[in-house]
Write a protein that binds this ligand. Sequence first.
Ligand code: ADP
Length: 492
Amino acid sequence: MSETPALTPARIAAVLERTPRSSFVGGRFLGGTAALDIIDPATGAPLTQVVDADAEAVGLSALDAAADAQDAWAATLPRERSEILRRAYELCHERADDLAALMTLEMGKPLAEAYGEVTYGAEFLRWFSEETVRQPGRFRHAPSAHEGVLTVARPVGPTLLITPWNFPLSMGTRKIGPALAAGCTVVLKPAQATPLTSLAFMAILAEAGVPDGVVNCVVTSEAKEFSAALMADPRLRKVSFTGSTPVGRTLLAQASEHVLRTSMELGGNAPFLVLPSADIETAVDAAMLAKFRNNGEACTAANRFYLHYSIAEEFTARFVERTSQLVLGPGADPATTLGPLLDEAGVAKVQELQADAVERGARVFTGGGRGTGDGFFYEATVLADVPLSARVHREEIFGPLAPLTVLDDIEEMIRAANDSEFGLMAYVMAEDLGEITQVTGRLESGMIAVNRGVASDPSAPFGGVKESGLGREGSHEGIAEYLETTYVRLPL
Ligand code: ADP
């Protein structure tokens, strides 16, 4: 990346001016009166307004467009779909300044991290552009007859994609990339708080050559009515959702009506285990990323830290020191390393979980309060001596609060880690291979990062076990979520 332009008021105004602000259906932005506020988390004030689409009317017209485009899109050559995705990948990089600015403005993350998300988000387009031309299929001679078993992969069909606000670009590309690669058309519903990045991305997809109707995006404040209307329509064949477990449960129940295929990326409660053989500097580096990246607002964020007693003191001292060096401020300020939370509810949740832990005996080692200003700022906080009974061990924090608990042996650490209905991500810090395999083999988690604070990678299968979800995104598994298998019996 070349130079990063500063987010001056003039540049903010220019970026907002050229960003579409209404739903994208059948290849065009619908227009209308923009009356739905998009709030800047760094100030608490409206940044701009977007058009709030009628959930049912616009939702169903988007499904009309997707259903009408489905057959022709499925019939395009894989090479053609691949080239379009590749072009979209390149355009994301060409437009990185705008995409990063929009993410920082509507969601709050530090600008440097927003650029990181452009790279990460675009990478799904490149990965799936490459997967497009390697679609699965096989032929086998039937063992008991002179007949053939031909297996063909086909696109599932029109798909509803529902994304959250914490990663405004990459949650979309992680779904749109494989859907388009497989030959599915889609209707995307971004989170109400962060539609600007998705709308800018729609313009990119159109420019990349995605035919009208193949990708549609509906911005609406009526999430429930919108998804209910689409899922009641038999033309829809799949829903892919990233968000909270309660909403995921509702969607799974609704999906049963027409037996829709589902992919669910739901809540997390990642344990961060520091074992006796851990290298403390490596573990602290990983902890800083696992906890404070994206303002702590990630389903993969470390939610609870279990420290082996033998290293607890040293780890705690270094972690507290590093945490207290984070710079809380607006994401647009280049000095900021920790941005504001999305909204007041996010701040209230962190305060509530902290108060509960303190009431049960935890001590605040650093941070622990709101930041200054009208934005939704919360200090980077470390709590020590957090008892296992604290709510923070069971509930997703989604904020910069790190609860530390010292345990006596590795067995106890594994038991504590698995004592959750979630199983998305786990972090294991250790140098000894025996310790690593002893623990990784038994953690109930879809993903495990060893001596790393981030594991997300478009070439790797992202997803959870237990109530953290169903299915995987990224890797070969990612495209399989959008394909059906047809078996054809052939005489030989
Ligand atoms: P988050 O904590 O990330 O906001 P949610 O699960 O509330 O998690 O939201 C994730 C996405 O799901 C957003 O796009 C939101 O608008 C949408 N959503 C929320 N409630 C519903 C619902 N009842 N039906 C369908 N979508 C919903």
